[in-house]
Design a protein around this ligand. Structure first.
Ligand code: ADP
Length: 304
């Protein structure tokens, strides 16, 4: 379990992490979601003992990272896939990691196979790796010591769709076997697919947290029509409140059947009608990303 309590970190006048608290539990993938600059990496660096916090605490299994003996065998960390010696080959980087952790060299081959880096790729130098290959190597490095906890900062960056699919099933299997995963992303849909729990951060503060199902549930109906003004008038005439949705159309405060029934007797031509699952989260995330909205956007689900 990862426990973060009231973490705060300030750079000069800028509060990069502001009173952040959450837990990541075994058996779950916790998605740490926020636009660029929201404070995800800083939080993860503090958890991994690479950046000191101004106040608050971060523990892994109740212990601070620095106090974990042979940490690579307890916690796998991937913060920056390029932060390895660029002149070393992928195999050398894993071999050094294995040696440091006191593991047999056969573990290196196992990990290379797991992340699908071929023997010839493993002999290339890191500087010649694509970002996707670096991410695969980084994941191999994080898993080398067979840890029970993984901390991955934007692991999907640079992976192609097949690579993202591969990583998703790898992490699902890992969590299903009781592992704890904290992974960050600046892309809502990427995290939405992979995570069980979501923590949303903006401007250094947590703005939403809870189970994915809770955060995505029950937001009325998304409805689009050829003539949306006419649609709005019809809904309003039937007493159904509707507001413009983030990506076009209207978000109606009723279930899809009720909206369909009202529209069926009119001349409104619908082009889309579906439950607006996640619309609230999406809206909030767009606001965070637009960088104009700094506060006053809080959704609370069950605590993580
Ligand atoms: P994210 O990972 O969500 O993109 P970061 O944690 O990297 O966000 O950054 C949060 C904020 O803190 C950003 O505004 C960033 O510019 C700032 N920041 C991060 N690291 C440093 C640093 N070493 N010195 C000064 N500012 C920093």
């Amino acid at each position: 379990m990862i426990t973060v309590e009231n973490l705060t970190k300030t750079y000069g006048q800028y509060r990069a992490v502001d009173d952040v608290s959450f837990v990541c539990r075994p058996g779950q993938v916790t998605g740490f979601l926020g636009p660029n600059g929201a404070g995800k990496s800083t939080t993860m660096r503090i958890i991994a003992g690479l950046t000191p916090a101004d106040s608050g605490s971060a523990t892994i299994g109740g212990v601070r990272y620095h106090d974990i003996p042979n940490p690579g065998t307890q916690v796998g960390v991937l913060l920056d896939a390029s932060a390895q010696h660029a002149g070393r080959t992928g195999r050398e980087i894993l071999a050094i990691g294995a040696q440091t952790m006191g593991l047999s060299s056969s573990r290196v081959d196992e990990m290379l196979e797991l992340v699908a880096l071929t023997p010839s790729e493993s002999k290339r130098r890191l500087r010649d790796y694509s970002l996707g290959m670096r991410q695969r190597l980084g994941i191999a490095h994080a898993l080398l010591g067979d840890p029970k906890i993984l901390i991955l900062d934007e692991p999907a960056n640079g992976l192609d769709p097949a690579g993202i699919h591969w990583m998703r099933s790898l992490l699902r299997t890992y969590a299903d076997r009781g592992g704890t995963v904290l992974l960050s992303s600046h892309l809502l849909h990427e995290v939405q697919i992979i995570a069980d729990e979501l923590i949303v951060i903006g401007q250094g503060r947590i703005v939403a947290e809870g189970s994915k199902d809770e955060l995505l549930a029950g937001a009325g109906t998304l409805v689009k029509a050829v003539d949306e003004q006419r649609l709005a008038a019809v809904l309003s005439g039937a007493g159904i409140a509707a507001t413009p949705a983030a990506n076009g159309g209207l978000q109606a405060d009723a279930d899809p059947a009720a909206v369909g029934r009202v529209v069926a007797g009119t001349d409104v031509v619908l082009t889309e009608l579906r439950p607006a699952d996640g619309a609230g989260l999406e809206e909030m995330f767009l606001q965070l990303t637009s960088d104009t909205q700094r506060e006053n956007t809080t959704i609370q689900g069950a605590s993580a």
